[in-house]
Structure formats: structure tokens, C-alpha cells
Design a protein around this ligand. Structure first.
Ligand SMILES: Nc1ncnc2c1ncn2[C@@H]1O[C@H](COP(=O)(O)OP(=O)(O)OP(=O)(O)O)[C@@H](O)[C@H]1O
Length: 258
């Protein structure tokens, strides 16, 4: 049975100097979904994440978010407000503190309102410690808690950043190509991590790695030239002629994915 959406984007259009990167795009997410957003280069996927998190503003359409405190029209809200309401965004490059330990990075993420040094000087309450332990276990970095973040592998850095986002208890997590540059093993671990995360939150992943999408997607949204082309299960999407034509068909050429 379908639930009330946690996020509804209605007919969203984003223009850059008159060029419509997103045109009349609608997207509805159910709570607890792991939704993959795919499509050829330039389809407007990243712009769609940008508009949801408030980094860019639409010229038309609306976005509403069912937050813990009720339904909020976030179309014109500022980026930091949207983050506070519970929509977290992770960009491709990790923004961790390389010189600090894994645990210190999580401590800082937990206490956004204090300065870095005030945070590190303050002693943790037992509840905070438990919260960090829980997150370390989830992201699989329990053994690395005292390691310097800058010395982690590429995959571990990405997981740490996801962990830092989770410390802020977002309801929706927006991830842009989280497995880019990862080994196959790291990619699979990331998929498992996302499955764990959606037990309590909703996740949207922009992704080019089709094998990763096939392995972990339940529902996929395909964009093309700023518009919604198709959404459905991976099987439905793969058997759609228009998708094959504009997207999967292109994978047979020199830019083939997977
Ligand atoms: N700030 C900007 N100013 C001007 N044009 C932009 C801007 N951001 C994106 N675009 C353009 O909007 C279109 C959609 O870009 P977007 O990055 O959203 O696509 P994408 O589907 O994420 O592509 P990719 O898979 O290559 O990352 C592209 O033609 C891009 O050049």
C-alpha cells in the first residue's frame, strides 16, 4: 500500500540564463525509499538534487516536504533552512576534516552549533558516545575510530561523510554518485549501507554505475533533457523502448557504462 509522500516535486523547472536544465519535472518519494535517479549526461539529475536541497531555485513548480513537524513548502526556503528541516546533501568530493580522527569528525558533525575546537574540548556525554558508536558500526569504521580521516581509503572517506550527514538526523539524504571511484567491494558495501539507512530514512541517489543500480535499486527514475522519461522498477525501466533509445541504447557506444 502506498504511503503519503515524504517529498513531492511538482512540475519543477530550473533555468540557467534561459537554458532549462530541468523542465516540468515531477518526482514523488515515499518514506523509506531508496530511489535511484539515472539518465544520460546533462539530463538534469544533479540539478534536481540542487533544487531539492535549495542550492538552486526553480523558476516554476513547487516542492513540498513532509518533515517531522508537518508538510512544508520548501520551494523558496534557503539551503540552510532546508538542511535544518531534515534534507541532507552529499556532494561528490568528501568534505571531511583530514587531520582529525574518524571519531572527531563525527563529533563535529553531531554538534553543528559549536565551533570545531569547542566541540573537541568538550567531553562527550554517554548518550553522545553511544550515538557515535552506533554510527561507527553502521558505516563500518569501528576499527578506524582513532585513524586520521585523511589516511582512510577513498571508500572509507565516503562512508565517513555519509556518517557525518547521518549525525544530523536527516530524514532525506541526497547522494550524488556515491560509488564513483570505489572498488567493487566498496561499491557493494555502500549498497548494503544504503539498505540499512533506508530502514529509518529516505535516500535519493544520482548514479551512472548501472551495475550498482541493478543490484540495489527498487525504484528508478529516468531523466532525459531535463524531463521525466520514466519511473518504475528496474525491470520496467529496462524494458521501456524510450529508455532503451535515449539512454540504455547509448551504452553500446564508446561511452558505454558497465
Ligand atoms: N550552474 C549552471 N549554469 C549553467 N548551466 C548549468 C549549470 N548547472 C548545470 N547546467 C547545465 O544543465 C544541464 C543539466 O546538468 P546536470 O548537471 O543537472 O545534469 P546531470 O544529469 O547531472 O549530468 P551528469 O550525469 O553529466 O552529471 C547540463 O546541460 C548542464 O550543462
Amino acid at each position: 500500500m502506498s504511503q503519503a509522500p515524504i517529498l513531492s516535486c511538482e512540475e519543477v523547472t530550473v533555468a540557467f540564463d534561459g537554458f532549462k536544465a530541468v523542465q516540468g519535472m515531477s518526482l514523488s518519494l515515499e518514506p523509506g525509499e531508496l530511489r535511484f535517479l539515472i539518465g544520460p549526461n546533462g539530463a538534469g539529475k544533479t540539478t534536481m538534487l540542487d533544487v531539492i536541497c535549495g542550492k538552486v531555485k526553480p523558476v516554476a513548480g513547487s516542492i513540498s516536504f513532509r518533515s517531522r513537524t508537518g508538510v512544508v513548502d520548501i520551494t523558496k526556503r534557503k539551503e540552510h533552512k532546508i538542511a535544518e528541516l531534515g534534507i541532507g546533501r552529499k556532494f561528490q568530493t568528501p568534505s571531511i576534516f583530514a587531520g582529525l580522527s574518524v571519531m572527531e569528525n563525527l563529533e563535529i558533525a553531531m554538534s553543528q552549533n559549536r565551533s570545531v575546537w569547542a566541540t573537541l574540548r568538550a567531553s562527550l556525554t554517554s548518550r553522545e558516545r553511544a550515538r557515535i558508536d552506533e554510527e561507527l558500526a553502521l558505516i563500518g569504521l569501528g576499527d578506524e575510530r582513532h585513524a586520521r580521516a585523511g589516511l582512510l581509503s577513498h571508500g572509507q572517506k565516503q562512508w565517513l561523510e555519509i556518517g557525518m550527514m547521518l549525525m544530523q538526523e536527516p530524514e532525506i539524504l541526497l547522494l550524488d554518485e556515491p560509488v564513483a571511484g570505489m572498488t567493487d567491494r566498496e561499491t557493494d558495501k555502500t549498497g548494503e549501507l544504503l539498505r540499512e539507512i533506508v530502514k529509518r530514512r529516505t535516500v535519493v541517489v544520482v548514479e551512472h554505475d548501472m551495475e550498482f543500480v541493478r543490484n540495489f535499486a527498487s525504484k528508478v527514475t529516468v531523466m532525459h533533457e531535463g524531463k521525466l522519461l520514466k519511473d518504475g522498477t528496474m525491470d520496467e525501466v529496462q524494458s521501456d523502448d524510450r529508455v532503451a533509445e535515449v539512454y540504455l541504447g547509448k551504452r553500446r557506444d564508446a561511452h558505454a557504462v558497465g
